[in-house]
Design a protein around this ligand. Sequence first.
Ligand code: 7MF
Ligand code: ZN
Length: 879
Amino acid sequence: MLRENPRTIYLKDYQPPEFLIDQIRLHITLEHDAARVLANLSMRKNPASVSTTTTLRLDGEDLEPVYIKLDGVELQVGEYAIDRESLTIHQVPDQFELETEVLIYPARNTALEGLYKSGDMYCSQCEAEGFRKITWYLDRPDVMSVFTTTIVAAKAKYPVLLSNGNPIESGELDDGNHWVTWEDPFSKPAYLFALVAGDLLDIRDSYTTASGREVDLRIYVEPENIDKCDHAMQSLKHAMLWDEQNYGREYDLDMFMIVAVNDFNMGAMENKGLNIFNSKYVLARPDTATDRDFQGIEGVIAHEYFHNWTGNRITCRDWFQLSLKEGLTVFRDQEFSADMGSCGVKRIEDVRMLRSHQFAEDAGPMAHPVRPDSYMEINNFYTVTVYEKGAEVVRMQHHLLGPDNYRKGTDLYFERYDGQAVTTDDFVKCMEDASGKDLGQFRLWYSQAGTPKLNCSGAYSMVDKSYTLTIEQSCPDTPGQTNKQPLHIPFAIGLLAADGTDLPLRLEGESAATTISTNRMLELKSAKQQFRFIDIMEQPVPSLLRCFSAPVKVKFDYRDDELMFLMAHDSDGFNRWDTAQRVSQGMLINLINDPDYSVPERYLHACRMALNDVASDKALLAEILTLPSESYLGDQMEVVDVDAIHRSRESLKSQLAQELKHDFIKIYQVNSGDETYDVSQLSIAKRSLRNLALSYLMQLDDAETTELCIKQYNAGNNMTDVIAALGLIADSDTLEREGLLQDFYTRWQHDQLVLDKWFAVQASSKRSDTLVKVKQLMQHPEFNIRNPNRVRSLIGVFCSANQANFHAIDGSGYALLSETVLQLDSINPQIAARMLRLLSRWRRFDETRQQLMQQQLQKIVGTDGISKDVYEVATKSLV
Ligand code: 7MF
Ligand code: ZN
């Protein structure tokens, strides 16, 4: 039970701020265990507000007051009131200076929100509402102010003192302290404030913008990590250039700083001029980081950098508009990564993630629109729906407008709203104004939750040589929303001829003069629509939702031979992968129904052809041969059958391994032998294909392969190969298992990020003793419940990437999770609430598991003193 009743905040209640803050001068002294925060606010009534109030209410939490002065005069008891969340001053004039001093205790701040300590370093995290834990303020994104920040600290312990903007003055004091004053010329909301103090080293580089501004680039890390920053710096420079070339956006300060910290709740944060990163998304060396880690760093560095325009220069009016900056910035970072690497594979990865996480969220009790209409705790709304579906909604506008009009739209957006706090609707209006296209119906994508379903069917008429595609759209009810309206959906399609080529597509009524393409972007707008293609000389096979042009589910009754045909010939790489997933899924369902089912010869033949085709795209092939995850398969079933899914997936893997053994061995050999490591696209593709082959071969459980795997572990000159081998060994019953895990630990115990991998490979092991092992590892001296990365790598991985063990029928996995959530809640509510979401989908399971999961949720709701974060997730999950 909660300490107080949590309030629900509604979008419909939005009011402009009653007061504005033109300037804030902060003077922060880092003392022995406290930080003394002096804030000077230049405030005035907001002319845009209709309110006539003379009472000022400022946000503030966990602040120890020292004094409050209004226009230089200290306020007396009775002139103000302080409660758990705010400071109220009963009478203020139209314009005034407010000075407050408070003490805060960063070393005790385990929630990692506000100002806190990570090891010996001070750092901050203010999004969404962390600034109120530093000083009293109007902590809302539509209050923008110019920040000047002076930091004072012991020079010996904290030689580096950083904040937003440019350093304008510094000096030394006689007591061993030194100080630096930073000035950020851009007006910004408080959530973009940042402060760092520590004994850090940095690498420096520079970047000259298109208009000739020379920008000083710095990455600050703890001294032992200084040799792991190069990739992050390269990624930053690539991102800066890409944003100039693709969006016409240049950087606007003389300095851009990145700091890596070990204790961080999320991926990273876009604070103006001073991005703070989870060290996982900065530090990389070939022997410590995998290909995936390298790509993750490139993507996250770009994401945070891109926020400088989409988020900072133009920010959100209120937190309901979060997707304005996040959806758009994710779309931008996705396109950037696609351009840097393998564009087809990037799309597959993004869609795989959308389908497995966002579709699940959209179908569960926490479903909400891209622009939610209410929340209790805003931190719970940094969701895959706001981010990933939000990115798809921007991508669809790109599809509907085409690249040129989309660019006109973003140009207009930057011109019209620079320096302002705006809404998702303002963004769409720019797209409309720049293109002349009506996006009235399209706006429903922001307000309507749930994943639309498209029921498609096709009919060929030999007589009039036409093909008619019929599409019916529907969208399921979600909590608080019924009777959904039809959406405006960009639906890319092609029609394949029997020889595997794409047919030219002309719609009925189109003049013969229009140029006809083989790829059409149809626009769906009503519940049921028909498209009649003419001059189609043979019965075609349709390729639907090419490139995954909209975040929807498509149903079409393909025959098996049509699926095989599409898998082999579709010119759309994404759809070849998607069809392969459908085929695997079909085989897995057959295996669930009949354990003696064997893989059809024509499927094996297609695999052999692909594996032996030297010209094939290796990266795409690796994706195609990767079976859908157990959790994704569960999502496709009426009731998730945990054990049957696990059994049939393992059995399919074994069958494929047996049947294709020689092909996999060959693939393994052909793609080996690169002595020097690099992160080029081709090398990454080779490693992923080779490690996929190894994972199939290890399914055979023979001495030869085990030896091969151990050899790879020992010889690997890069973490990608080493951890792939170790993961397979951790899944096995090999005698060498314990020894190799111990070896890895001994070798890497000094490196926290590598140690996270050591915890993760054990937590994801498919062995049946994994839960016991995870419990033991929670007692390991290197396990630390206060470090979010460590919690995620052990408990997070076990509960989200190990379906069969987490959902053990005795409920032991659920009990482990709920105990962890409760323990974690008093330390770090944000992380506790994120972990708890893993229980929210209890309705999808069988009766027994439903009961067990519900029990744990009820236990949590009934516990005294739980946080608002956990309370919201638990109660909404139980509804
Ligand atoms: C790439 O969005 C994609 C998403 C908020 C914190 C980073 O820049 C951010 C911050 C959360 C969840 C995901 C991401 C971020 C946050 C993220 C990071 C990199 N404004 Br919460
Ligand atoms: Zn972001």
